[in-house]
Design a protein around this ligand. Structure first.
Ligand code: 10G
Ligand code: SF4
Length: 323
């Protein structure tokens, strides 16, 4: 007599699109892979190339060595700067040591660096909306001399800003912030400093904006939301917050399928799945497979935008290695 399988409960999984790798992450990972091909191992990388352990471990296996600071890199090995950007002092030091370095800063982060420099050249002091201690914030603030960029994280912080001259101010933002929270902070800045100048909307990138919009679109349909991403990934954490603000009572960040708290999901009929900009699609597949193992699963794609953005790798990696 054959033992009958337990009946799986039905579950609809709404898969957000766009999700996962953005063009800047794709380029940064390619940069490390091409550098390993061109120069051989070890190639050093300052900071996690993107905030995902799975990606970092994969590159480490191929010969990348991840370090926190440039002084951990020998002069005679190539070094790559992470996608989040670096303070000006970092490439300056690499140049001084005559190192081979490749900057994997996303072009959309570099664009904010240029914006900050332009305002500074016009004599404006900067207010940056961002998260203290995040590498992108350290990198962007590090484009200008100390004291030229004031950081605000919340609407409350705006009241505490003490600029040199409230008539000569500009604002910039981190690229991975919550679109809605940032709009409130910018409105508070404009209310307090009517002369402040800034970008047309904000500096939040297309990928961050699109992933948040996709979460908003699935939120009304789902009993729970899982965001695949790392705890130190700013954009991934914002997706969890966006899910909660959009009315999803259970929204959780998971690195991969093994992190899913199945107890917490008991009784759900629908789940939303998305992935932060640094989370590879194999981890999405893994999560879907884990649901398929426990539920009679129907997967529905909810696509709110199509992305066609691509960034070229730096020229040095498009040229063959000499002789
Ligand atoms: O979301 P953050 O900035 O923490 O980074 P990430 O590595 O998780 O995702 C890619 C985004 C960047 C490289 C920052 S622009
Ligand atoms: Fe570039 Fe946006 Fe991706 Fe950051 S999240 S790497 S700014 S595309």
């Amino acid at each position: 007599m054959s033992e009958s399988q337990p009946i799986k409960p039905p579950l609809t999984l709404y898969l957000a699109a766009p999700r996962g790798f953005c063009a800047g992450v794709d380029r940064a990972v390619q940069i490390v892979e091409l550098a390993l091909q061109k120069w051989g191992a070890p190639v050093y990388v300052r900071h996690e190339i993107v905030h995902n352990r799975f990606v970092v471990d994969g590159l480490r296996e191929k010969g990348a060595v991840f370090v926190d600071e440039l002084d951990e890199v020998p002069d005679d090995r190539p070094v790559i700067f992470s996608a989040h950007g670096v303070p000006k002092s970092v490439p300056a030091e690499a140049r001084r040591r005559e190192m081979i370095f490749v900057d994997a800063t996303c072009p959309l982060v570099s664009k904010v660096h240029v914006e900050a420099e332009r305002h500074h050249a016009e004599g404006l002091q900067m207010v940056m909306v961002g998260h203290a201690g995040h590498p992108e914030v350290l990198g962007t603030m590090g484009q200008l001399p100390a004291g030229e960029v004031i950081l605000v994280e919340t609407v409350e912080d705006v009241a505490r800003v003490t600029p040199r001259d409230s008539e000569r101010l500009a604002w910039i933002t981190q690229t991975t912030l919550s679109v809605d929270d940032t709009a409130e902070i910018v409105a508070a800045l404009q209310a307090r400093f009517p002369a402040i100048v800034g970008p047309a909307k904000d500096d939040i990138c297309y990928a961050t904006t699109n992933r948040q919009a996709a979460v908003k679109a699935i939120a009304p349909k789902i009993d729970a939301l899982l965001v695949i991403g790392a705890p130190n990934s700013s954009n991934s954490r914002r997706l969890v917050e966006v899910g909660r603000s959009a009315g999803c009572a259970y929204a959780q960040l998971v690195m991969r399928a093994a992190d899913i708290d199945w107890r917490a999901l008991e009784g759900i009929r629908s789940v939303g799945v998305t992935a932060g900009a640094s989370a590879p699609e194999v981890l999405v597949d893994e999560v879907i497979a884990a649901f398929a193992g426990r539920y009679e699963l129907t997967v529905e794609l909810v696509e709110t935008a199509r992305e066609r953005v691509e960034f070229k790798v730096p020229r040095i990696l498009r040229e063959p290695a000499p002789g």
